[in-house]
Design a protein. Structure first.
Length: 491
């Protein structure tokens, strides 16, 4: 991708470049909604469109002593209309220079910081597929660097506002490393999207940056082309995933590749990590292949065509299940490796239908940690359940999180993980080990590359049990107190 020139448009204002929509007489065209319909984040995703494929092309300039980082992009989306549309929205925080729909300039206007409203010149009818090319750019973190006392820099006296949405300012970068890792939102900081897990798509990701940097992303690396001081690295994810799980990282990485059980893997470890710990970190992340194969034995075929991991020196405070190649911040251990790779089945392949279904991701990935240690350590799953129950039963706030509807501010509460995993261990106690293990595999297989709700998992469990499990799931997922440690509750 040629390096775009710097854009002059402001974040909030976009020049209209197209002609007005042509609406034939008699047609009932309506604008698509500005949200997909998730009450936790009403502006997430959009109505009336289904993105099939993202071809993301970005040029990234690292921040310098005086200037913030800069990202410019030309990204093309293959979209299918799910309703007749006079206009539709995409989610993007950066400024937009122009939008072209099926080769024809469209009217494009920012409505607030997060919504890009696109009005195509031609009408769009339900079932139509079309391409949307968006040219955009800006500073994903304009508030950094900012040191008004630095004599070398001509900084404004007032610090610029961070680029934020839903209370999040997610750009993770410094002068030599960048990783676009975050949840529940990340895409709007770097590409236009239908930003909700319900709309999955395949990805081509092309990143142009300094040629002395390695670029890591999802899927398989297609090519790397050096042009002067810049290099464009192209990665392709051939299986669908959700927008927050697409990422790129650029920096000085020690890259390893291999193949385990027929699955190719790529790992990357920041060379900035301390010498003393880098060897251990590299050995651990290089076990991604064997751990993926171990998970296959429990959960059925691996849903993607490559695996691996990336360990950054940047401090995000968490690891994330980015598809095929999870991201780890600052360090890594076996438990987190198992957790993020288990998410490839629970969260990446079987994605959530709404954010309130987050238990299907976090409870399940945490449960697989217990399974791993039951096989590789000396604590069986029932003992693991008893120990965790003992340790948490007096934590009032832990039991007050409703796992079927935790609320947008508690989707990553510890209870969603730990109480969520305990609920599965208890369900295993109630249904029996083999029926439960088979059911988990059935869930991952039947929902492969689609989305799911908590109620659908409960229905499957009731099928396996042969009777209703209302009471069981109420005490384990909803009741504001620990379940009694009885056989009926799975102990
Ligand atoms: Zn997780």
């Amino acid at each position: 991708m040629p390096k775009p020139t710097r854009l002059l448009t402001s974040l909030a204002l976009v020049a209209a470049v197209g002609t007005a929509a042509v609406v034939p007489a008699g047609a009932v065209l309506a604008p698509g909604d500005d949200g997909i319909g998730d009450p936790y984040f009403p502006l997430d995703g959009n109505g009336g469109i289904d993105v099939l494929h993202y071809d993301v092309g970005v040029t990234y300039e690292f921040q310098t002593r005086c200037d913030p980082a800069r990202l410019d992009g030309v990204s093309t989306l293959e979209v299918r209309a799910t309703q007749d549309l006079s206009s539709f929205n995409l989610d993007l925080l950066l400024g937009v220079e122009g939008v072209v729909v099926d080769g024809v300039p469209a009217e494009a206007e920012k409505a607030g910081r997060h919504e890009l409203v696109v009005t195509p010149a031609e009408e769009v009818t339900a079932g139509d597929t079309f391409t949307v090319e968006v040219t955009y750019g800006g500073e994903p973190r304009p508030d950094v660097p900012w040191n008004p006392k630095d004599p070398k820099c001509d900084h404004p006296t007032k610090q610029p506002a961070p680029l934020s949405y839903a209370g999040e300012s997610n750009w993770l970068a410094d002068r030599t490393e960048v990783v676009t890792m975050n949840e529940p939102h990340m895409a709007p900081w770097w590409f236009p999207s239908n930003d909700h897990p319900r709309d999955k798509a395949t990805f081509d990701i092309r990143v142009t940056t300094d040629a002395d940097k390695d670029v890591i992303s999802n899927g398989k690396r297609v090519s790397r082309v050096v042009d002067g001081g810049l290099a464009t690295t192209h990665w392709r994810l051939a299986q669908p995933t959700t927008t927050y799980l697409a990422y790129f990282a650029a920096g000085d990485f020690a890259v390893s590749t291999g193949r385990t059980g027929g699955i190719p893997w790529v790992t990357a470890v920041s060379k900035r990590l301390p010498d003393g710990s880098r060897g251990y970190i590299k050995r651990t992340v290089n076990r991604s292949g064997p751990v993926t194969v171990w998970l296959e034995e429990h959960l059925g075929d691996y849903p993607f065509d490559s695996t691996g991991g990336l360990v950054t020196d940047l401090s995000s405070g968490f690891a994330l299940e980015n598809t095929t190649r999870p991201t780890y911040s600052g360090g890594i251990g076996t438990a987190v490796l198992v957790h993020e790779l288990a998410h490839q089945w629970f969260g990446d392949s079987v994605a959530i239908h709404r954010w309130r279904d987050i238990w299907l991701n976090e409870g399940f990935a945490t449960y697989m940690e217990a399974v791993y240690y039951a096989e590789h350590g000396d604590e069986s799953i029932p003992r693991w359940l008893e120990r965790n129950y003992r340790e948490t039963k007096r934590w009032g706030s832990f039991w007050r999180v409703d796992l079927t509807d935790p609320g947008p501010r508690r989707i990553f509460a510890w209870a969603v993980y730990q109480r969520g995993a305990m609920a599965l261990a208890a369900l295993r106690g109630k249904l029996g080990g083999r029926p439960f293990d088979r059911m988990l595999r059935t869930w991952a297989t039947e929902k492969r590359h689609s989305t799911a709700r908590v109620g659908e998992f409960i229905a499957l469990a009731e099928d396996v049990a042969g009777h209703g499990l209302d009471r069981f799931f109420r005490v384990w997922l909803k009741a504001p107190r620990p379940p009694k440690p009885t056989e009926r509750n799975g102990f």
